[in-house]
Design a protein around this ligand. Structure first.
Ligand code: NAD
Length: 251
């Protein structure tokens, strides 16, 4: 079968572990040149070494821009464009979760989740669009929502709030950027087996599995497959969509 992303250049934020790392690997398998972003230079370089060991032929690089800084992200994306010729796909995957009851929230907690889950998605999309607008074939931006953007969650309300914001941002940007051949979609993962899940108590996870018709939690690869589809030309007429990848979760 032909590779879905042959010749494309993709940037994956939060590409050092979990879902992001699975996206990096899937994009490489599908023929893309990939630049993974980490929150620190050291973790980005560690992930890069790991990917290179697994895919010695891959064209892959790693950066650690401050995703909340317009200047830092523009600089990083310009470097990618300069080095690899284009920026065709930006996967805004970096994110943090919270499980804090409302009364325990500090200003710092609120600012942190807004910075990573909303501001960084905004800043990276702006930098991506600046480059993609000038490209003949536009580009693709894929944001990471969550299944909690349907009905919220019982604690840690800032997390679903941030993902509802991602949905609104995604739908709006799809309308604004369509004329430049830039498609903007989001993937809404269900409960997925990553470090983010590892911090949740089993008592919280088991009842959730009962509400998943497919009867299991997702694997990072399940989510990465959706990222590959949406990044590819197979999804050429899909924009402004929030694609649930959650085993049909009814929570
Ligand atoms: P993870 O904790 O395993 O990985 C998060 C990634 O984000 C890491 O690479 C980390 O370096 C990066 N990151 C975190 N803070 C950052 C910062 N300040 N600057 C730059 N990078 C930063 O999490 P995951 O489970 O792989 O989650 C990835 C995305 O999927 C997140 O947006 C998350 O909200 C979403 N999601 C996850 C689940 C799940 O069950 N795991 C469900 C729904 C949505």
């Amino acid at each position: 079968m032909d590779q879905l992303l042959k010749g494309k250049v993709a940037i994956v934020t939060g590409g050092t572990r979990g879902i992001g790392y699975a996206i990096v690997k899937k994009y490489i398998q599908e023929g893309a040149t990939v630049v993974l972003c980490g929150s620190r230079e050291s973790t980005a370089q560690e992930a890069l070494a790991k990917v290179k060991a697994e895919f010695p032929e891959a064209v892959v690089d790693a950066l650690a821009p401050d995703l909340t800084s317009i200047e830092s992200v523009n600089k990083a994306f310009a470097y990618v464009k300069e080095k690899f010729g284009s920026v065709d796909v930006v996967a805004n995957n970096a994110g943090i979760s919270q499980n804090i009851p409302l009364e325990k929230y500090t200003e710092e907690d609120i600012d942190k989740i807004i910075a990573v889950n909303i501001k960084a998605v905004f800043v990276c999309s702006q930098a991506a669009a600046n480059i993609m607008k000038e490209q003949e074939n536009g580009g693709v931006i894929i944001n990471t929502s969550s299944m909690v953007s349907k009905n919220g969650q019982p604690s840690g309300c800032a997390y679903p709030a941030s993902k509802f914001a991602v949905n609104g941002f995604t739908k709006s940007l799809a309308r604004e950027l369509g004329k430049y051949k830039i498609r903007v979609n989001a993937v809404a993962p269900g409960i997925t087996r990553t470090d983010m899940l590892a911090v949740l108590p089993d008592a919280m996870i088991q009842p959730l599995i009962k509400n998943i018709p497919l009867g299991r939690v997702g694997e990072p690869e399940d989510i990465a497959n959706a990222y590959a589809f949406l990044a590819s030309d197979m999804a050429s007429f899909i924009t402004g969509d929030i694609l649930s990848v959650d085993g049909g979760s009814v929570v």
